[in-house]
Design a protein around this ligand. Sequence first.
Ligand SMILES: C[S@@+](CC[C@H](N)C(=O)[O-])C[C@H]1O[C@@H](n2cnc3c(N)ncnc32)[C@H](O)[C@@H]1O
Length: 349
Amino acid sequence: MEKRYLIKEVANKFCISTNKLRFYEKKGLIKPKRDIENNYRYYTESDLIKLQAILLYRLLNMSINDIKNIITDENSSNMLDHFNKQWKAVNDEIHKMSLIRDSLEDIMDAFYDTENINIHKKIHSSIKNMGRIYEVKENWQDRWDFNNWAKTYDKSVKMNTGSNNIYSKYEEILDMVYNIAVKNINEDGKILDIGVGTGNLSKRFLETNYNNIIGLDQSREMLNVAKNKFPKLKLRLGEFLKIPFENNTFDIIVSTYAFHHLNEDEKAIAIREMLRVLKENGKIVIGDLMFENEQSKIEVYKNLSNEQISEIEDEYYSNIELLKKEFNKYNKKFNDYRIDSLIFIIEVE
Ligand SMILES: C[S@@+](CC[C@H](N)C(=O)[O-])C[C@H]1O[C@@H](n2cnc3c(N)ncnc32)[C@H](O)[C@@H]1O
């Protein structure tokens, strides 16, 4: 028989009052059943899992209504999704708070800068900058619906779908990214694969005993496919713009076919984010759709059909010159390798 917990036991387990439990019940967040004989409330394991989430969201100051929306649209058969949602909520909050803290630090530093006489100007510019970054981070959306594509993604790659043949050298590109990444790093190096998708790049690291790798993706369904294919691969829900890890964590960051889902403003913030979680001597290797510069894009377009161009314009192929400029702001060395007219690999260290 399913294990049952009385209200007092539950209150003890979570160090909360029984009143709080009754309050959540009254608000419709949790619905314990009643014993047929004595009519006492009882809670099941799945009630406890729900309660854990309710308490975490309350800690994040979420309203009762918002919590209700999150936990009622939940597919209870996928427990990992349940925790992924909480992971996302916590990381969003951390990112918001550290943006505010950085801005306050920036303002307070200005008080110690004796050369700086216009403190009000500094306050306004810092607040404006914080607001701009916050907006960019919050507004990124998956316009391509990767959740829907996840189950058939590997098949599309094999069939090289799309009008620009972008997958014709897929395996070769993943091999190259892997080879550049592992040059001079030993097997216990910490690696992050951003936009891991179904795990095809991470697979190369796992097969050669680089087991300290984490795959990050904003799509839960992609993560589910990757988990089924590579049960040993550690996976996390998260985005380029809000990488859910501490500063100076990784020796290597790799990514293939993912960076072009960010526009120029978003790319600048993603670069800052990648460098934040990368160790001082770490390396970034990205294989993706790019042009050398604006002029070479015009040249490439001359040989393409309208259909091919509109496929490119639906995404944000990088301009290598701009990427280089952005990385140079952080004094990073930058190399690029051309694979074909649309695909490049960049190496940053
Ligand atoms: C075309 S697939 C590439 C998957 C894999 N890297 C490969 O080479 O086959 C793009 C992947 O990037 C992920 N992605 C797109 N934008 C992202 C973002 N801003 N943050 C994290 N992942 C993102 C998508 O969810 C998708 O899984």
